[in-house]
Design a protein around this ligand. Structure first.
Ligand code: SF4
Length: 77
């Protein structure tokens, strides 16, 4: 796993305090609603891990989380 691996991001709308830091940093992955109070994930919602961690770190509401990809089990076959 590298810093460039794509990971899925998610916004906890209960924690989001608006402001749009995420949308400013990653406009392809986040969008504030019309009242600019809650952000949501848009598009594929994926970012390279390094950028996902950076935007999560800068979210003032600690509302952004990274959904770790499932590690494929090698027990099949
Ligand atoms: S940076 Fe965090 S608190 Fe601000 S709008 Fe985005 S998810 Fe909400």
């Amino acid at each position: 796993m590298t810093a460039e691996d794509l990971v899925q991001v998610a916004v906890d709308s209960e924690r989001c305090i608006g402001g749009g830091q995420c949308e400013m940093l990653e406009p392809e992955a986040f969008l504030l609603d019309d009242e600019e109070v809650v952000s949501a994930v848009i598009g594929t919602g994926t970012l390279p891990r390094r950028r996902a961690e950076a935007v999560a770190h800068r979210c003032p509401g600690a509302a952004i989380s990274i959904i770790e990809p499932e590690i494929p089990s090698d027990t099949d076959g």
